[in-house]
Design a protein around this ligand. Structure first.
Ligand code: 3H9
Length: 658
């Protein structure tokens, strides 16, 4: 396959890039484009050039697999300067996702036309980088400083219509027009006009500069420890004191420094880990069973969230509840989730109504007959779940997959409670299920590759990051969380306070500390679980009863205004409570523990070491297939700071710095 082809037709030159899967600017692309430009320069008949891509997208960025190797010429900034310096206009024909280095290439062209479904952006900050091929210099010169800052520092792509509004592109084609044909027509039109001044030779349009200090402070607060978004804003700011050439050199230097740094390495690690985590040898070459209809048993918080996710992914969805009142509540829950998507602009009112019409409720399990996959999301009790499995197995086809959303129960036991256990799998969604990206796909002992491949394909269709796990108490995420929660409770009895642990965690980069998180989730569910487990608990294991005492006093967390912390209003931040402090100190005294100080660094070291030790056990037992899987779970389900790469990645690097 030739990566870059050049064709001459009627005084036009068409450069076509074909570098699947994302047409990244790999070395072959950069040198191919350079060669094509050199050939075009030899052909005086050419009046305009079209740059386009074969496949599902225009260039979606630099090839990050090359970032770990020495850079090979020609470098992307030089390719873009060569494009910009062509004596005839270059038209970029954009479709798919025009990202990072791809958008920088487009900005090196003199005109940009796009298919209406195109999305454009600079996701570099998500990889711990800033644009490194002129993005911070050319973008403000085209669309002004304010829009450039927003595009570059938050990493989110924009639609073609916003791009047109901002002046980032010049034209949007009709959706049914052939893009290359539209580019040819556009090229013919502009070929007769003088070539526009390259962006790097223009001035920044608006002279009004933002209040940089407050902008940087706001960016830092949002970035929670990640440095790239701040450096992106600073790099845009610094060019006001530089010529365009100096600004390009400064940007490149910042880019290279970031590329070599720990944060970018960590973010690139997790980016690739997320894409590789569900690639299992057992499912290679297995064609997933096609699925059209999903059954969901239970319309509570989880069931309704899962139903919403299924509807949004385009599945016909059947919800089963025990009676009409519960079913009405389940429907109401789904409608309210969809309203949230409507408000966030993810769906239109029309789509909302259409999706609700694809939700079919019933109180009779027989309605599940057409479902190819049924997910139970009922109360966390093995016997209750077994009876649901039994009822489902009686009505669905013998090949239909039956899944449980349990977060810790023994799915092997559930699987063996029905006749053909090879079609049973765990689908552990995280709440809210239609929003959270993580999905643990729990492989039972007997699940066959077909069941697993189908579950993974289903997860991908929902837009989830599916992490295959084995069966154990808590699977990957809850098991690690339960191990480090225990350590945090020990630290509380030994001398730390909840606010100290939470502060150490948020300083490390977690969005919320463990104790505030428990307050938010509500303390009574784990209290009831502990009561159920009391009879079988190892009497020699250290047990911290503080959570029980809180619940005995009716302190169930944020919803009761009191938990590990005090909440004066529904929205107020957690406040340390002197009553809790007293309770903790009394408990330490009762157990004869001499309380001592814990530094933030000791707290974090303890948490991290516990996560890593439990992670090692999980790996040795084969519950997780790779250490990367553990990182993907902790980052996407438990708030572990993404820019640190995950606990197992950190283990391979230097000891933690808090
Ligand atoms: C940059 O551009 C820096 C410049 O400013 C300066 C340079 C000097 N490289 O996500 P998917 C692979 S930084 C290499 O499942 P989707 C991925 O591993 C870059 N490979 O598909 C997977 O491989 P496989 C700025 C990459 O349809 C396959 O492509 N750009 C890269 O759900 C499909 O990926 C970005 O950050 C890459 N950059 O989503 C864009 N990207 O088939 C990052 C993907 O073997 N990429 N792969 O499993 C994305 O956001 C999504 O991949 C995209 C497609 C939206 C493009």
């Amino acid at each position: 396959m030739t990566t870059v082809t050049l064709e001459f037709a009627d005084n036009l030159a068409i450069i076509d890039i074909n570098n699947p899967p994302i047409n990244a600017t790999s070395h072959a692309v950069r040198s191919g484009v350079m060669d094509a430009l050199a050939s075009i320069r030899q052909n005086p008949a050419v009046t305009a050039i079209i740059l386009c891509c074969t496949g599902t997208t225009f260039i979606a960025g630099a090839d990050i697999s090359e970032f770990n190797q020495p850079a090979r010429a020609p470098l992307l900034p030089d390719v873009i300067i060569a494009l910009e310096d062509m004596p005839v206009p270059v038209i970029a024909a954009l479709h798919g996702t025009v990202l990072g280095g791809g958008l920088e290439v487009a900005l090196g062209c003199h005109y940009r036309i796009a298919h209406p479904a195109t999305r454009l952006g600079f996701p570099e900050v998500n990889l711990g980088l800033i644009p490194g091929a002129g993005g911070t210099v050319r973008t403000p010169r085209l669309i002004g400083v304010e829009n450039a800052i927003s595009l570059i520092s938050n990493g989110k792509p924009i639609t073609a219509s916003i791009a047109l509004d901002w002046g980032l592109i010049d034209h949007i084609t009709k959706s049914d027009t052939n893009l290359q044909q539209a580019a040819i027509e556009y090229a013919r039109k502009v070929a007769t006009q003088p070539c526009p001044t390259p962006l790097a030779k223009r001035n920044i349009p608006d002279t009004k500069q933002p209040d940089w200090d407050s902008l940087i402070a706001k960016t830092a607060q949002k970035a929670r420890g990640a440095t790239a978004p701040i450096i992106a804003v600073e790099t845009i700011r610094d060019q006001f004191a530089l010529s365009a050439d100096q600004a390009l050199a400064n940007e490149r230097q910042q880019f290279v420094t970031l590329r070599e740094g720990e944060q970018s390495q960590a973010l690139r690690h997790i980016f690739m880990a997320e894409r590789n985590v569900a690639k299992l040898p057992t499912t290679q070459g297995v064609t997933p069973t096609p699925i059209k209809t999903i059954g969901i048993v239970g319309g509570g918080l989880m069931g309704a969230g899962i139903a919403t996710a299924c509807l949004l992914a385009g599945y016909q969805t059947i919800m089963i509840e025990r009676d009409e009142a519960a079913l009405a509540k389940g429907r109401e829950n789904v409608a309210s989730h969809l309203q949230g998507s409507l408000k966030r602009g993810i769906i239109s009112q029309e789509r909302n109504d259409q999706l609700l019409s694809q939700l079919h409720g019933n109180t009779d399990y027989a309605a599940l007959a057409p479902a190819e996959l049924v997910i139970e999301a009922v109360f966390e009790d093995l016997e209750v779940k077994k009876s649901v499995f039994d009822a489902v197995a009686r009505v669905v086809d013998s090949t239909a997959i039956i899944a449980s959303n349990t977060s810790y129960l023994d799915i092997n036991a559930l699987a063996h409670s029905i006749s053909n256990p090879e079609r049973v799998i765990g689908l552990h969604f995280f709440s809210p299920a239609h929003i959270m990206k993580l999905l643990e796909v729990v492989c039972t002992d007997g699940a066959n590759p077909q069941t697993l491949a189908t579950a993974l394909a289903f997860a991908r269709k929902l837009g989830k990051i599916a992490v295959p796990t084995g069966v154990c108490d808590g699977f990957i995420g809850n098991r690690i969380m339960s191990a480090y929660r225990k350590q945090c409770e020990y630290m509380i009895e030994d001398g730390a306070y909840p606010e100290q642990i939470d502060a150490a965690m948020t300083d490390f980069g977690f969005p919320m500390g463990l104790f505030a998180m428990q307050d938010m989730a509500g303390l009574e569910i784990s209290w009831k679980t502990r009561q159920r487990q009391a009879a079988t608990r190892d009497p020699n294991e250290r047990y911290v009863a503080l959570g029980d005492y809180l619940c005995e006093q009716g302190r169930f967390g944020r919803k009761t205004g009191l938990g590990w912390f005090r909440y004066d209003t529904a929205k107020s931040a957690p406040q340390p409570d002197p009553d809790v402090k007293r309770l903790i100190e009394q408990e330490s005294a009762r157990k004869g523990i001499k309380r001592r100080d814990f530094s933030p660094s000791e707290i974090i070291q303890t948490i991290l070491a516990t996560m890593q030790q439990e992670g090692d056990k999980i790996l040795n037992e084969g519950v997780a297939h790779t250490a990367d899987a553990i990182d993907v779970v902790m980052i996407n389900g438990y708030g572990f700071p993404r820019w640190r790469g995950g606990p197992m990645f950190m283990k391979t690097k230097s000891p933690v710095s808090s």
